[in-house]
Design a protein around this ligand. Structure first.
Ligand code: UT7
Length: 361
C-alpha cells in the first residue's frame, strides 16, 4: 500500500480592523514605543472590538470562509475541524462546534485543542495523523486567539505583547512526497509558576474575590520564560533538522512562534540561518499565541514554493514546545489568485444572521 502523507493545500486568515499602536499603548500603561520595539519588537497589534464581532470563533469563521473561497473545496467534503486556542468562546461547547455550525460543514466532527502557544504545532501533528491513518482525507486546522479578552491592560509587563487574530489551513491526503514529515513535540509541566491564568478553571473557580484580584488575566514572569523559549525552541529545531538531514543550506524557511523578535533571532542564529529566511510578522501582528504559525503562513503564502523545506517551532505555557518539518505542497501565488465562488456566499451564514443567532442564544 502506498504511504499516505498529509499536505497543506490552502491557507485562510483574518485579523480585526482595529489597530492598537504603541502610541495608544503608552497612554494606557507606563511604557513607550522605544521600550516595546527594543525589548519585544511589536509596533502594532490587531484588537477585536465587541462591535465588530465576538469571540475567537468569529475570527476563525472568517478565516475558514476565506480558506473555502480560495481552495474552492466543497464544504461537505471536509471531515474534521481542529481548533487550537486558549481563548475559546466558552468552556463548552467547543469553539470548533460554533465554527462548523456557522460555516455549514455538514460532514465534519470537530474539537478544541488547548496547548497555549504550541497549540497549532500540536494540532498539525494530530491532524496529520488523522489523515495518515487512512480514515480521513480532508480536514481544517484553525489556530487563533482573542488575546485581548484575557490581557490585563493595567499590567505593562504583558499588555504590549499580545494581539488578536486567527488563521487556518486545509490539510489533505496525498501519496506524493509532500506534507508533514516529522515532529518533535514536548511538554514538561514545569511552567505553571511562570505563565498561567490563575482563576476561572476547576482548580480556582470564578468568584468576586478572583475578579477583584484580577486573576482572570494572563500572568507571565517574562525572564525565565524568555530563557526557556530560546533554549527549547533552538534545541527542538536542531533536533528536527539533524533527524531529517536539514542544514542552513536546504532549509527554505523557519516559522517560529512570534513571542519576541529577540527570541526569533536567537533561534535563527543557532542554526546559522539569516533572518531573511525566518518568517517574522510580530511587528504588526504581535503575539497571537495559537495563531502565530498559521498567520505567518497566511502572510507569506505567496512566497512559498512547492518542495520548500519548512521548519515550524513554537513554545508556550506548560511548558509546551517543539518543532516540525514540512515539505510544502504548492506554489503559493497560484492558489491565492483563485476567484471567490458565489456558491459560498449563499451557503455560509451571513454576519447579520450570525450576530442574530448569537444574541438569541
Ligand atoms: O508566548 C509564550 C511565551 N512567551 C515568551 O516567550 C515571552 C518571553 N519573555 C519576553 O519576551 C520578555 O521577557 C518580556 C518582553 C516579557 C520582557 O522583557 P525583558 O527584557 O525580559 O524585561 P524585564 O521583564 O526583565 O523588565 C526589565 C525592566 C523592568 O524594570 P526594572 O525592574 O529593570 O527597573 C520592568 O519593570 O523593564 C520594565 N518594564 C517595562 N518598561 C517599559 C517591563 N515592561 C515594561 C514596559 N515598558 N512595557
Amino acid at each position: 500500500m502506498e504511504k499516505i502523507n498529509a499536505v497543506i493545500t490552502g491557507v485562510g486568515g483574518y485579523v480585526p480592523d482595529y489597530i492598537l499602536d504603541n502610541e495608544e499603548m503608552s497612554r494606557i500603561v507606563d511604557t513607550s514605543d522605544e521600550w516595546i520595539m527594543e525589548r519585544i519588537g511589536v509596533k502594532t497589534r490587531h484588537i477585536l472590538k465587541p462591535e465588530q464581532g465576538s469571540g475567537t470563533s468569529y475570527m476563525m469563521t472568517r478565516a475558514v470562509e476565506q480558506l473555502l473561497r480560495k481552495t474552492q473545496v466543497d464544504p461537505d467534503s471536509v471531515e474534521a475541524l481542529i481548533c487550537a486556542t486558549t481563548t475559546p468562546d466558552y468552556h463548552f461547547p467547543s469553539t470548533a462546534s460554533l465554527i462548523i455550525g456557522r460555516v455549514g460543514l455538514h460532514s465534519a466532527f470537530g474539537f478544541d485543542m488547548e496547548a497555549a502557544c504550541a497549540g497549532f504545532l500540536f494540532a498539525m501533528e494530530m491532524g496529520a495523523n488523522l489523515i495518515r491513518s487512512g480514515r480521513y482525507k480532508r480536514i481544517i486546522l484553525c489556530g487563533g486567539e482573542h488575546m485581548s479578552s484575557m490581557v490585563n491592560y493595567q499590567d505593562r509587563n504583558t499588555c504590549p505583547i499580545f494581539g488578536d487574530g486567527a488563521a487556518c489551513v486545509m490539510m489533505e491526503a496525498t501519496t506524493e512526497n509532500y506534507g508533514l514529515v516529522d515532529s518533535y513535540l514536548r511538554v514538561d509541566g514545569e511552567g505553571y509558576e511562570y505563565l498561567h491564568m490563575a482563576a476561572g478553571g476547576s482548580a480556582c473557580m470564578p468568584s468576586h474575590e478572583t475578579v477583584d484580584a484580577r486573576q482572570h488575566y494572563v500572568y507571565q514572569d517574562g525572564r525565565p520564560v524568555f530563557k526557556h523559549a530560546v533554549t527549547k525552541m533552538s534545541d527542538a529545531v536542531e533536533t528536527i533538522a539533524k533527524r531529517n538531514g536539514l542544514t542552513k543550506d536546504n532549509i527554505t524557511w523557519v516559522i517560529p512562534h512570534q513571542a519576541n523578535v529577540r527570541i526569533e533571532s536567537a533561534v535563527a542564529r543557532r542554526i546559522g540561518l539569516g533572518e531573511d529566511r525566518v518568517m517574522i510578522n510580530i511587528d504588526h501582528m504581535a503575539n497571537t499565541s495559537g495563531g502565530t504559525l498559521p498567520l505567518c503562513l497566511w502572510e507569506f503564502e505567496n512566497r512559498l514554493r512547492k518542495g520548500d523545506n519548512l521548519i515550524f517551532t513554537a513554545f508556550g505555557a506548560g511548558f509546551s514546545w517543539g518543532a516540525s518539518y514540512m515539505k510544502w505542497g504548492y506554489d503559493g501565488d497560484v492558489e491565492a489568485a483563485k476567484e471567490p465562488a458565489e456558491f459560498f456566499d449563499s451557503r455560509i451564514m451571513s454576519l447579520d444572521e450570525w450576530k442574530q443567532k448569537r444574541s438569541n442564544a
